[in-house]
Design a binder for this molecule. Structure first.
Ligand SMILES: *[C@@H]1O[C@H](CO)[C@@H](O)[C@H](O)[C@H]1NC(C)=O
Ligand SMILES: *[C@@H]1O[C@H](CO)[C@@H](O)[C@H](O)[C@H]1NC(C)=O
Ligand SMILES: *[C@@H]1O[C@H](CO)[C@@H](O)[C@H](O)[C@H]1NC(C)=O
Ligand SMILES: *[C@@H]1O[C@H](CO)[C@@H](O)[C@H](O)[C@H]1NC(C)=O
Ligand SMILES: *[C@@H]1O[C@H](CO)[C@@H](O)[C@H](O)[C@H]1NC(C)=O
Length: 402
């Protein structure tokens, strides 16, 4: 009896999907919004394989908002938009599975989704059972259309779907998307495997000043989408310490390959998402990725930092950073190694003097092997170290003992 109670509690706590390292994949939203269809999804599945992205680790194909029909069926089930997906979801799940991919879907903890399709509020068990029946492996769960359901807090509404996913009997990864409202870094580890920590990202590097009113983790303005890469990195100063295996802070989909970011800006984006242990979910149309953007996404050494077995996010180092000029972040990697990020926010090259003794993990009396992850150069360092960093570049340095 005691044993059964314990077991029931453990099962109620969190779905069991593996999240020791951040999830990787592709999501339809950033490029296609509500306008995708079966052939786009199947072509993307093929491209994940043929470009080598699947083998680099990007193994989830995630269908975002817009797959639903405008109304539920008479028995209450969510229906599929027959124009976009004439054969339903199950054949797409099968198509992905046959290619060694996993399949994700989207729903919402309110009455409507953000695209005004039927949300799952009040239908959690039926919807989770439907997804399980279709062969779904991953749910991204949003927070729109919840105003009528506003008597229930996000933790309550998101927990209901957690319980429904567990009850479905299928191992379904649970990705929370409530944009950092009510500070999910304090409670989301009881509910899902990752949680969004900001409004939606946009394909710009630095802020235009118009959008994404909240620039810090504890700002209470609800200013929503349009967050630049640098704004999301700014908000992570307070949030990164909470990120951990089984509960990673989600900095939103990657904009690498979208918009007009320079190579350095795209590499900075990838470097921070990897070292801060964000999920790595491609948001570009893979058929249109340049060789350059594809190589940023597939860089093995950066992906190794993302998937490092410690699962610890790099943290901001205020002593070595200068507001709007330069940022230094550092974090532990497995094997006693340390990763250091040097981000140049200026429009010109600047030197960083790295005071090794300011980095607690490093001892300035020792000689370190330092690998520059993007250039692949390896040097030996003892004591201070000066490195030139170009406009909007991030040097990613991995320090290890010989
Ligand atoms: C799917 O969408 C693409 C892009 O809009 C379009 O070219 C294609 O014809 C569509 N396919 C079907 C079957 O509707
Ligand atoms: C299916 O999607 C199309 C394109 O977005 C839309 O025009 C149509 O109304 C949708 N159909 C249903 C039944 O929701
Ligand atoms: C990117 O540049 C192209 C060509 O200069 C322009 O047409 C497009 O609007 C730009 N896109 C963004 C997102 O700034
Ligand atoms: C950096 O360059 C961009 C593009 O040329 C310009 O819009 C921006 O004002 C410059 N920023 C600074 C701080 O000089
Ligand atoms: C490192 O730089 C700091 C500050 O400039 C200086 O005080 C210190 O002596 C330097 N250490 C070495 C070993 O060069």
């Amino acid at each position: 009896m005691f044993f059964l109670t314990l077991l029931a509690f453990a099962v109620g706590c969190q779905a069991k999907a593996n999240a020791n390292t951040p999830q990787m994949g592709w999501n339809s939203w950033n490029t296609f919004k509500l306008n995708f269809n079966e052939s786009i999804l199947e072509k993307t599945a093929d491209l994940l394989v043929s470009t080598g992205l699947r083998d680099a680790g990007f193994n989830y194909l995630i269908i975002d908002d817009g797959w639903q029909a405008a109304t539920r069926a008479e028995d209450g089930r969510q229906q599929v938009n027959a124009t976009k997906l004439p054969n339903g979801i199950a054949p797409i799940a099968k198509y992905a599975h046959e290619r060694g991919l996993k399949i994700g879907i989207y729903s919402d903890a309110g009455i409507y989704t953000c695209g005004f399709q039927p949300g799952s509020w009040g239908y959690e068990e039926l919807d989770a059972a439907t997804y399980a029946q279709w062969g779904i492996d991953y749910l991204k769960y949003d927070n729109c259309g919840s105003f009528q359901a506003g008597t229930q807090s996000p933790p309550e509404r998101f927990s209901k779907m957690r319980d429904a996913l567990v009850a479905s009997g299928r191992d379904i990864f649970y990705s929370l998307c409530e944009w950092g409202h009510q500070f999910p870094w304090y409670w989301a580890d009881q509910i899902g495997q990752s949680y969004r920590m900001s409004g939606d990202i946009t394909a710009i590097f630095s802020d235009t000043g118009k959008d994404c009113a909240c620039k810090t983790a504890y700002c209470l303005n609800t200013g929503y989408a349009g967050c630049s890469v640098l704004t999301i990195i700014r908000k992570m100063r307070e949030i990164a310490p909470f990120s951990k295996p089984g509960s990673f802070a989600d900095m939103d989909m990657l904009e690498i390959g979208n918009g007009n970011m320079t190579l350095h800006q795209q590499r900075t984006h990838m470097s921070f998402w990897a070292a801060l242990k964000s999920p790595l979910i491609i948001g570009a149309d893979i058929s249109k990725l340049s060789k350059e953007s594809l190589s940023v996404l597939k860089n093995k050494n950066i992906i190794q930092i993302s998937q490092d077995s410690l699962g610890k996010a790099a943290l901001f180092v205020p002593e070595l950073s200068v507001e709007k000029v330069k940022q230094v972040w550092a974090g532990d990697l497995s094997g006693g190694r340390t990763v250091v990020l040097l981000l140049n926010e200026l429009n010109s090259t600047q030197n960083f003097e790295l005071l090794v003794k300011a980095l607690p993990a490093l001892n300035s009396r020792e000689t370190w092997k330092v690998e520059d992850v993007w250039s692949k150069e390896v040097i030996k360092v003892k004591g201070n170290y000066t490195v030139a960093v170009e406009t909007h570049e991030t040097k990613v340095l991995v320090f290890s003992r010989n």
